[in-house]
Design a protein around this ligand. Structure first.
Ligand SMILES: Cc1cc2nc3c(=O)[nH]c(=O)nc-3n(C[C@H](O)[C@H](O)[C@H](O)COP(=O)(O)OP(=O)(O)OC[C@H]3O[C@@H](n4cnc5c(N)ncnc54)[C@H](O)[C@@H]3O)c2cc1C
Length: 414
């Protein structure tokens, strides 16, 4: 792989840019791999990357039924934070956030990490208590967050109306090193690095069946034939239960549409990310000037990558109350993804009842921020059989009742 650098740009400029090579190869699938990962979203690609980088396992294929990054990874509102309540969550999300800090250098690919700060508004007394508790917990976990009062909220985000008629702002949970990154670039950067290590990323290849022998996974059936594997990881977000069904077990999660929208571009007016969970909306401004807006999940299970119309109306109504200046903005685009939600709002990174098969799913509305940390931990689990970062996120917690309740920190009510 040729490194991207200022010298590379200068060299290519001098020869009419005809020397750039493809960022990743598009190989024909081999007959067998040591590891097959189903799903070339951020989590699948990051898992492959750290399998190679940290554990030297490179006979790996990542199978993607569409195009890489075309699932939730390329559809989210890119918020990165680690201000969760429970210790296991803080550990994996903070690991992830800290990996984001140097991800561009690590991958030699600009993922445009922008630690502009994330503010979660408290607009009810219940939220005030919840976020103060989280701030204390974060202090003990080594995660840097602080509780801020309404005057500081106004200072951080002058366009906000903190005296809203229904839900005045009572304060907020502020994480100054939270922020955003360019979602596609995260997938593309990992894909390029995986391809460079000799891994095969096979797009337009849907996994349609899982073959087992004596309770152990041996191969996958795909739209491009049967491919054998030593280990299999299902990392397919909203389609996790479909994949589990192929392997003969059920998962404790529901798949629901979640949507987002962007406005027409305007001059810079907001340099932080704000999440207003009570009224149900969150917003940041993209580098292009568009206001990037996220709403709530649909109230029913679904596989449409769209989201229902009334949610757009609800989200905008809520945001206009908190940010009156956006009332005359035109909305440009709206889209949706399918998120996989567990009962305790925490992910599943786990072995499964099928020997050799692993699962990474259940990130719900908040898995983009977790991509590097989740990939790191999942690779360790697959290579060594255990990882301190995944220990509490096993499937057995639902049988044993050891839930990791993150319903406050999850940010978006589901
Ligand atoms: C509108 C929206 C806003 C969001 N906002 C945020 C946010 O601000 N911050 C945050 O942290 N998170 C956010 N999220 C959540 C985040 O996007 C997801 O948790 C994360 O992207 C999941 O990544 P993934 O790699 O697990 O899944 P995906 O990116 O969905 O990748 C899974 C891939 O598997 C493929 N696949 C499925 N079935 C098969 C099969 N049988 N064979 C082969 N391939 C298959 C799919 O095509 C897909 O490409 C948001 C999500 C949405 C939808």
């Amino acid at each position: 792989m040729k490194r991207y650098s200022v010298f590379a740009i200068a060299r290519e400029a001098a020869r009419y840019h005809d020397g750039w090579e493809r960022a990743w190869r598009s190989p024909e699938p081999k007959r067998r791999y040591d590891v097959i990962i189903v799903g070339a979203g951020g989590h699948g690609l990051a898992t492959a990357y750290y399998l190679g980088k940290n554990h030297g396992i490179t006979n790996v294929a990542v199978m993607e039924k569409g195009w890489l990054g075309g699932g939730n990874t390329g559809r989210n509102t890119t918020i990165i934070r680690s201000n969760y309540l429970q210790d296991p969550s803080a550990a994996i999300y903070e690991k992830s956030r800290s990996l984001y800090e140097t991800l561009s250098q690590e991958l030699n690919y600009n993922v445009m990490f922008s630690p502009r700060g994330v503010l979660m508004l408290a607009q009810t007394h219940h939220e005030v208590r919840g976020y103060k508790r989280t701030a204390h917990a974060n202090g003990l976990q080594g995660v840097r967050t602080e509780w801020v009062d309404p005057a500081r909220v106004k200072e951080l985000c002058p366009i906000m109306n903190i005296h809203g008629p229904r839900y005045p702002v009572l304060g907020g949970l502020w994480q100054s090193r939270g922020g955003t990154a360019r979602h596609d670039a995260v997938a593309w950067g990992y894909a390029r690095a995986c391809s460079d290590m000799g891994m095969d990323i096979i797009q337009k290849c849907e996994v349609t069946g899982i073959d087992t022998d004596g309770g152990k996974v041996v191969a996958v059936e795909t739209t491009r034939g049967r491919i054998e594997c030593g280990q299999l990881a299902g990392i397919v977000a909203g389609h996790s239960s479909v994949l589990a069904e192929m392997a003969g077990f059920r998962l404790p999660l529901e798949s629901v549409p979640l949507q987002a929208l962007v406005s027409e571009p305007i001059k810079p007016c907001m340099d932080i990310v704000v999440m207003a969970n009570t009224v149900h909306g969150y917003m940041s401004q993209s580098d292009k000037g568009e206001m990037v807006i996220g709403g709530g999940t649909d109230g029913y299970v679904g596989y449409t990558q769209r989201g229902s119309f009334h949610h757009i109306e609800e989200t905008l109504r809520a945001l206009v109350e908190t940010f009156p200046m956006i009332s005359r903005l035109k909305m440009l685009r709206q889209w949706g993804g399918i998120v996989d939600v567990t009962g305790d709002r925490s992910p599943i990174l786990s072995k499964t009842p099928v020997e050799g098969m692993f699962l990474n799913c259940g990130w719900g509305t908040g898995g983009f921020k977790a991509i590097p940390g989740s990939g790191w931990a999942m690779a360790e689990l697959m290579a060594k059989g255990h990882s301190p970062l995944t220990a509490e996120f096993g499937l057995e917690r639902f049988r044993e009742g050891r839930f990791i309740d993150e319903s406050v920190a999850a940010g978006v009510a589901h």
